[in-house]
Every structure is written in C-alpha cells, then in structure tokens.
Design a protein around this ligand. Structure first.
Ligand code: KIV
Ligand code: ZN
Length: 518
C-alpha cells in the first residue's frame, strides 16, 4: 500500500495503534532485548493486532539492524517500521532492514525546537528545513510508506513547525508525527497544538496526523487522548508504558480508554484487547521491567477489590466498581487446571486454550517441567503453566545448566553453597561462602562459569496464590560492559535465584557468540 492508498483509505473513526515497544520501549534503561526476544514480542504484538510495529533503529547497531530485518521477514500483519535520522546513511540502512516486510515503513525524524537545533544539531532553521525535505524525498524514493517526525515538536516554534510539516507532506510523507519528546505538555495545550496544526497547515488533509507522548509528568496517555480529540488518527505507544526515562503513553491505557469511553471519543482501534494481559506479562518477563501492582489495566491490583463496601458492591452488581471487565483484557480467574495425574494430552489442550502453540520438542520439555511441579504441589494454576511455557519458549540456549545446588544457611551459620553445573558433557562443581544463601550461590556460579557478574537488581514474586506457589525471580546482572536480565522459576526461591543468575549468564554467552544483539 502506498501513501496515496493509505490516505484514500483513511477511516476517521479508527485510531491506528503504532507500537514502539521494540524501539523507544527498548531504550528504557535496563530493558535491552536480544533478537530472539524481540521476535517473540513482535509475534505477540501481531496477535494483539497492532497496526504498526516499530521494530528498532537499524543504524544504531548490528544487532538492532538484524532484529528489524528478522521482524520484517518473519512477522505478518502489521506494517513494520524502522527509525532513521534525516540522513541518507540512516535512511538507506532502515530501508535495507524493513524492505523484506509486506508493508514496510521508513520513519525519519529531525528535531525542530530551537533548543534542540541550537545545542544538539548546531543547525539553523533553513538547514533543518532542507534536511527534512531531502530526507523525506529520499525515503519516498525507496519506500512507499514514509513517516516524518518533528522531534521535540511540542517545544518548537509553532510557525516553524507548521512550515516543516507542510514541506514534509509535500515531499511525500504519508504520516506526520508530533512528539512531545520530553513529556512537557499539559493535555489542554497538546490538544490545542494538534488543533492548530489541523487549521494552519494547508496540505494537512493529505497526511495522517500522529502523536508520540512521553510521560515525564505522568501525562503521556492524557496528552495522547487530547490529541485524538483534536484530530490525530495514529497514536504511538508502548506496552506497559516502557520508553526513554519515564516512558511513553501506555498502549493498554490508550486502547482501553478509547474502548471504555467510546461514548466520548466515538473511535475504535483494531486491538484484540483480550491479548493485552498476555502481551503485558511477556514484555515484563523479557525486559525484566516489573509492572507496578497498582498500574492501570495490567497491574496486579487493577481488578482487585479490597474494601468490604467495594466487595459487597461488586458481588451485587459488577458495574458498581468495575468500568471494564478483567476478561476484556484477557485476565481470567485463576483456574486450577491440572494435577499430577494429568496427561500430556490434557496439558497440551490446556496450553492451546491459553493461546500457546508449542513445537513438539518444547511441549515435551514443558510437560516434564509441569510433572516435576505437579509432584511438588497439588494444584497447578494457569499462571504457573504460563510461567513454565514462557520459560521454555523464550529460553536462550542453555550453555550452563543447573544440575545440583545445596545451601547451608541460618542465623549462626556461614552461608555456603555447593553447586554442580553441566556444560555439554562437562561437569563443573565448586562451593563458596557468601553474605547470604543467594550471594553464596552467585559467588559459586561466578567461579564455575568464569563470567563474574555484578547484581544490579533482584526481585521476587509469587507466580500464583498459595503458600506453595512457585516463586519467580527477576534480576539484572552486569557482565562485562552489559547488563542482562535473568529470570528463574521454582517452588524453591534459592533454586529460582540460581536459575535466574544462570539465565543472565547464558544470555551473555549467547550474545558473545554473536547471536544476541550486536
Ligand atoms: O520522542 C521522540 O521524539 C522520538 C522520535 C524519534 C519519534 O522518539
Ligand atoms: Zn520517543
């Protein structure tokens, strides 16, 4: 579809959801993803039915380029976009990566605020105008679908901004994106800016207007909604609100606001909202960025009613305190699914009901893990199945495998760990003391792998309810110059901690072998 076709097909009631979890979201400090993880998220974003996936910034690194190329080659459905500054080299590299998509898009940008032009670009307005024109024209010569962003648009001089937009549309940009790059706007002001652009830019009807609102004042979603009320048809957002600094507008909040307040917006999106919860969980697992409990839509407490008055109200009539149902985002009541007598067939059936299709090899591995768990605890819940499956599907190859761990610990004992790891046919064994059982385990693993890590963060959560629930440990570990996220699950928190640490080390090995991000 070329820009002309996109414009002719404009449906003024539909808000285009442009997901930038893999680009702006991945720029969140500590949220870096390897290629395999990016592909998995992209696959899920396609199931969520986003309209556009911004898969990365191809010129930024070899790994970014590879990830965008793979997403373009393998993910069907959404438009696949690659970001590029307004230079020939960036745009060529973006095209090299996205050209394989059925519907590729080049997204090129240049800063238009005085502060960015003076201090960052060190360029005057006429030069920026020329660069924007040349960039869009060049991008259009390669790719039929081109988006142009005026970086820091909200702090830009209004007249100059309108001039850049007009010129970019004349050069062939089919989408014009208006970012609030530093999250400075207040909703009434941001809405007014969109209105002004609609009124002042003479050729504005030839392009789709878009917004991209950062969340520095916690107003990313509010500003995006104000933009919709004033004429944008595309919203750029990320799952769980990930992104530079305080993040971007959260996709789930934008989408559920439009859906829940359809009476006000009179708009809809193409998002399959029942996929929201699963996508949120996946993004949080893979990036290691936990979702806060009281986060709107996808937080653990979002549908929990604590006070007696609220519980009483909800039991009598759900709508007393619930403005949307948990089912609408794909959150089902924790359901006891299987026990230790359940067979492979029942296990595989339940997984397909939950939306997972596993290769026979992954199914075998996941079933083995399930059996081990069912032997330890009577009841296995959906959340625990999800954790096991995601562990299997999304695992990087296990260079080091935990075979045995024994800990001695107590208030009058020096914490000591003995660990056995397997590396292919090699057996590695050692023990070490530490400040606590987890520290002792990590010190031993450091000695065994020869890849010492420094622990940056550690968090533990119960996967489902109950005293015997599995624990999920998510850590960030600095190994060499890079930080890796590690995740481990087990009914034993020390085992989960050791697995999380090995997971981070295995990711570092995977990357060093050139298969992760470059
Ligand atoms: O925040 C921003 O301005 C951006 C642009 C590159 C769209 O991320
Ligand atoms: Zn941004």
């Amino acid at each position: 579809m070329n820009n002309g076709a996109i414009r002719n097909n404009i449906n003024n009631d539909k808000i285009i959801i442009f997901d930038t979890t893999l680009r702006d979201g991945e720029q969140s400090p500590g949220a870096s993803l390897n290629i395999k993880e990016k592909l998995q998220i992209a696959e899920q974003l396609a199931k969520l039915n986003v309209d556009v996936i911004e898969a990365g910034f191809p010129v930024a690194s070899k790994g970014d380029f590879e990830a965008v190329r793979k997403v373009a080659q393998e993910i069907e459905g959404p438009v696949i976009a690659g970001l590029a500054r307004s230079t020939k080299g960036d745009i060529e590299r973006a095209w090299e990566a996205v050209q394989y998509a059925k519907r590729p898009r080049i997204h090129t940008f240049i800063a238009t605020s005085d502060i960015h032009m003076k201090y960052k670009l060190k360029k005057e307005r006429p030069e920026v105008l020329d660069m924007a024109r040349e960039a869009v024209s060049f991008a259009v010569s390669l790719c039929p679908d081109v988006e142009f962003s005026a970086e820091d648009a909200f702090r830009s001089d209004r007249e100059f901004l309108c001039q850049v937009i007009e010129l970019a549309i004349d050069a062939g940009a089919g989408t014009i994106n208006i970012p609030d790059t530093v999250g400075y706007a207040i909703p009434s002001e941001f809405g007014a800016l969109i209105k002004l652009i609609c009124e002042k830019v003479p050729n504005v009807s030839r392009a789709i207007l878009s917004c991209h609102c950062h969340n520095d004042l916690g107003l990313g979603v509010a500003n995006s909604l104000a933009a919709i009320q004033n004429g944008v048809l595309q919203v750029e957002c990320t799952m769980n609100g990930l992104g530079e600094r305080a993040g971007n507008a959260a996709l789930e909040e934008v989408v559920m606001s439009i859906k829940t307040r359809e009476d006000l917006f009179h708009k809809h999106t193409g998002i399959i909202t029942q996929e929201i919860y699963k996508t949120s969980k996946m993004v949080s697992h893979l990036t290691g960025m936990m979702v806060q409990r009281n986060k709107a839509i996808v937080g653990e407490n979002a549908f929990a009613h604590e006070s007696g008055i609220h519980q009483d109200g909800v039991l009598k009539e759900k709508t007393t305190y619930e403005i949307m149902t948990p089912e609408s985002i794909g959150l089902k009541q924790s359901r006891l699914v299987l026990g230790k007598h359940s067979g492979r067939h029942a296990f595989s059936n339940r997984l397909s009901e939950m939306g997972y299709t596993l290769s026979s090899e992954n199914l075998d591995k996941a079933f083995q893990r399930f059996k081990e768990l069912a032997d330890k605890k009577k009841e296995v819940f959906d959340e625990e199945l999800q954790a096991i499956v995601e562990d299997e599907i999304y695992a990087v190859p296990e260079n080091f495998v935990l075979d045995y761990i024994h800990i001695t610990s107590g208030n009058k004992t020096i914490p000591t760990a003995t660990v056995i790891l397997k590396r292919n046919s090699e057996i590695l064994m050692d023990s070490a003391c530490g400040d606590g059982p987890v520290d002792a385990a990590y010190k031993t693993i450091d000695r065994l792998t020869g890849m010492p890590g420094s622990l940056q963060s550690y968090s533990i959560n119960a996967v489902a309810g109950g005293k015997d629930a599995m624990g999920e440990v998510i850590i960030k570990v600095k190994i060499g110059e890079r930080t890796f996220t590690g995740r481990g699950i087990s009914t034993d928190v020390i085992v989960a901690s050791a697995k999380a640490y090995l997971n981070a080390i295995n990711k570092a090995v995977y990357r060093n072998e050139g298969k992760g991000k470059g």
